[in-house]
Ligand binder design. Structure first.
Ligand code: ADP
Ligand code: MG
Length: 635
């Protein structure tokens, strides 16, 4: 006995409690049914008594509940959760305790049940939510993961496994995250960014599969911090961008090939002409009837034709390599004339060309190959906009920096060359016009447009510190204007030097500083052949020493930029210390515009791009120290 119930009869107590209390006989017939049962199941006692308990309550004996009767018979008790049905047909979940006296064969059973429907519903709802989230994570295309600050990956979803080509989540968990980054530095930078900003976004991040294959992702990293503000974990979300990236690469390649195709057409045409010239004159030289006085003329023409061929090949190479910009002096009008000739030969005959070339356009400092590409892209677009023919007009002029600055912030040069390419084609709507410089924006069908032409134009012009402008209306044609800065040599000259350079009686010794022996000898030969006195130095220190010794005779220094022992720029600075009026021309294979303007500011008179044509060099030399005296004396 656990205690006394006192005067209160047990049956009354049973009627007071909330739980359902049922007593059945061995076959399941209900013999007792308290008011808690009535409340729970809706059946009043008089309707429930005498009926089979399982039948009345529709007890689902499945799963864990399937063996209720067996367990009861064997062990005398059972407890667990059951799903049942009320009188009104609603489902209820109950937690039941069943008890029976095992020793007595037909002993009655006691069943006490409490309603757990609400809890079950809540659990179910929670499970659904969890399931939904799990599906989000599992079926997400984004690779999701959590990584500790030491790089240990704590968890990840199937997409992450797929993106990096792992075989299972397990395999991922034994990998350090940093091994999936391209460099250790990437990892350190990411962690630093998350520490500082809590969230780090990377629109483009190159990662690595364990086998070394590159994976391009767009990523977001979110930090978790402990109460001291220490970074504990980073959650990461990676969107696999590899396919788009590959595609982008292919398209760039395709664009290059497309440009090349047009270019090759033009070159083949030009080349045939050149070969015809060479063949014609060579045959003339070959024939018996050639007269001696004709020989020099024929040789000259052949030489010129060969030079033209070499220049063409150079152009093809620059275009194919998409080489780094090689800035050199460039005659814009000449470039346009050449381009027009080439396009005449390759574009449909229904397209006419007109040239309005301004007479006062000074030489530009620009990359010929890239500028050619820019103009070619504009012309190809113009051609596409005029399927039934029309006119392409090239126009050049010189405009003041002030005028350009009205339209473009950042226009700092004093003068700009403006190139206009105008067509009489279909024009553009404002909507199209607002997107044309975006990479991949095209209104053309797939095989025709890549959408890269104008983004290349924009990139190149920008690289030249220039500006692009477009005017276009539907059916009114289109005009592209390109502004490129003009660098006037005399702007960079120290006061008076430009005038001094024209004086004929300057000392005419030239100091050539060049570490390449063959080039040095060649310069020596050619310049001496022109009548100049030449000193030659092999490296920077030798040059400074020679200059020190001969400073009064040396009228001009021609100095390579990359030199052993002491670089060209320092050589010049030392010479300037020794003789402030020193005049120098700096030669280099590749001159960044910023370096060029820096050395010009330092007082170097001019620069020349290597490999240079000696005729260009001689022209520059003459403009500084005049013709050699020896030559002047017998013109
Ligand atoms: P693509 O020529 O491969 O389409 P571009 O970057 O060269 O790519 O040009 C982008 C878009 O700009 C073209 O698809 C076209 O709609 C528009 N566009 C460019 N130039 C002209 C033009 N001269 N006339 C009409 N539309 C043009
Ligand atoms: Mg195009």
């Amino acid at each position: 006995m656990r205690g006394e119930l006192g005067a209160i009869p047990a049956s009354e107590i049973l009627e007071q409690i909330n739980d359902s209390v049922i007593v059945c006989d061995a076959s399941g017939r209900i013999q007792y049914w308290n008011s808690g049962s009535e409340k729970l199941y809706g059946w009043p006692a008089d309707e429930a008594l005498g009926r089979n308990v399982h039948a009345l309550l529709g007890t689902r004996l499945s799963g864990a509940a399937a063996d209720v009767d067996d367990r009861l018979a064997a062990e005398g008790h059972w407890q667990g959760e059951l799903q049942q049905v009320t009188r009104s047909g609603a489902a209820v979940w109950v937690h039941s305790h069943c008890k029976v006296e095992v020793s007595a064969l037909d002993a009655p059973r006691l069943v006490i049940s409490s309603d757990i429907t609400e809890r079950k519903d809540a659990e179910h709802a929670l499970r659904c939510i969890e399931e939904r989230y799990r599906r989000f994570v599992d079926e997400d295309l984004t690779g999701d993961f959590i990584v500790r600050s030491d790089g240990a990956i704590l968890t990840c979803n199937p997409a992450f496994v797929r993106i990096f080509g792992f075989s299972s989540v397990q395999e991922v968990l034994s990998t350090n995250f940093t091994s999936l980054l391209r460099t250790r530095k990437d990892g350190a930078e990411l962690i630093a960014a998350v520490r500082e900003h809590r969230v780090a976004e990377r629109n483009e991040l190159e990662m690595r599969q364990p086998q070394g294959e590159p994976v391009y992702v767009a990523a977001r990293f979110v930090g978790s911090f402990d109460e001291h503000g220490e970074l504990t974990e980073v959650q990461g979300y990676l969107f696999n961008d590899t396919r788009r990236k590959r595609f982008e690469h292919q398209v760039i390649q395709a664009q290059k090939m497309e440009g090349l195709g047009t270019l090759a057409g033009g070159i083949a045409h030009d080349f045939n002409n050149i070969l015809a010239i060479i063949l014609g004159y060579a045959s003339q030289l070959d024939s018996m009837s050639v007269r001696t006085e004709q020989i020099p003329g024929a040789v000259k023409v052949i030489k010129e034709a060969v030079e033209r061929g070499a220049a063409l090949v150079q152009q093809l190479l620059t275009s194919a390599r998409q080489a780094e910009a090689r800035f050199a002096s460039l005659d814009l009008n000449n470039l346009l004339r050449e381009l027009e000739k080439m396009l005449q030969a390759t574009f449909p005959k229904t397209i006419d060309f007109k040239l309005h070339l301004g007479p006062h356009v000074p030489p530009l400092t620009a990359d010929r190959g890239q500028l050619h590409q820019v103009l070619l892209n504009l012309c190809v677009n113009a051609r596409d906009a005029m399927p039934h023919g029309g006119t392409i007009v090239f126009e050049t002029s010189l405009v003041s920096g002030r005028e350009v600055a009205e339209d473009f912030t950042g226009a700092e040069a004093e003068e700009y060359a403006r190139i206009r390419v105008r067509d009489t084609g279909s024009g553009m709507t404002p909507e199209v016009r607002s997107h044309i410089f975006e990479p991949f924006f095209t209104t053309k069908e797939r095989a025709k447009g890549t959408g890269l032409g104008l983004s290349v134009v924009y990139g190149v012009v920008n690289n030249h510190r220039g500006f692009v402008q477009v005017e276009s209306e539907p059916e009114q044609g289109t005009t592209f204007s390109i502004y490129l800065p003009v660098l006037r040599q005399r702007e960079h000259l120290p006061n008076g030097a430009a005038i001094a350079s024209a004086k004929p009686r300057e000392p005419q010794t030239i100091l050539v500083v060049e570490d390449e022996e063959m080039l040095r000898d060649l310069a020596l030969q050619i310049l001496e052949g022109e009548g100049y006195r030449v000193l030659a130095a092999r490296d920077g220190l030798e040059a400074v020493a020679m200059f020190d010794e001969h400073r009064d005779e040396i009228g001009l220094v021609i100095c390579d930029l990359g030199l052993p022992k002491l670089g060209g720029r320092d050589v010049f600075m030392r010479m300037k210390e020794c003789k402030p009026t020193v005049r120098a021309i700096v030669a280099s294979g590749y001159l960044e515009p910023s370096i060029r303007s820096e050395i010009l500011k330092a007082g170097v008179i001019d620069t020349i791009q290597k490999p240079y044509d000696f005729r260009d060099l001689l022209e520059k030399i003459r403009s500084v120290i005049g013709d050699a005296v020896a030559k002047e004396s017998h013109p």
